[in-house]
Design a binder for this molecule. Structure first.
Ligand code: NI
Length: 175
């Protein structure tokens, strides 16, 4: 049975620790970690979670896009469990849009991200995947990838004026 994990909050040093490579094929302990992360993500109704957010500085995250008020056209996808990722291409085009983070409750920020990326990563069984992502899914991928490098979305803001509270954000998306 997967366990719900505690989510590290902004200020905890694990969120600023660069992640270590995961050995492939993935050991049982790490498979259990991935299952726990998936359960924790569902419980929190998030669209992505990275291992450092559950106090494990390992190169692993989950991308799980689904339609939401801000991105009604976001694809509903099977959660993708990503090991040892690399972003190998980034479009020149940057798009600024709202993000939140389970480790920074109560605020949202408008973050510039590349509109399209090409990524290479491994599956739990050691398959190497090369895949292109665009729009909202590319945004999630870049956000989670940053967590593996000890970066938070706050580090990507152009201005502190691009931060708003969750309450104000909810008013915005309800319009
Ligand atoms: Ni986050």
């Amino acid at each position: 049975m997967p366990l719900l994990r505690q989510i590290a909050q902004l200020g905890h040093p694990v969120l600023r620790t660069p992640s270590s490579h995961v050995t492939i094929p993935v050991p049982d302990r790490i498979r259990e970690l991935a299952d726990d992360m998936l359960a924790t993500l569902r419980e929190a109704a998030g669209v992505g979670i990275a291992a450092p957010q559950v106090y494990e500085p390992l190169s692993l995250f989950i991308v799980a896009s689904r339609p939401n008020p801000r991105y009604p056209d976001a694809p509903l996808m099977e959660p993708e469990v990503v090991f040892n990722p690399d972003i190998i291409e980034r479009s020149d085009e940057l798009v600024k849009d709202w993000e939140g983070c389970l480790s920074i409750p109560g605020i949202r920020g408008q973050v510039p991200r590349h509109q399209r990326i090409r990524a290479r990563y491994q599956t739990a069984d050691g398959l190497v995947v090369e895949r292109e992502f665009a729009g909202f899914v590319a945004r999630i991928f870049q956000h989670e990838f940053d967590h593996l490098e000890g970066l938070m979305f706050l580090d990507r803001l152009e201005s502190t004026r691009d931060i708003i509270t969750e309450k104000e954000y909810q008013k915005l998306v309800a319009r």
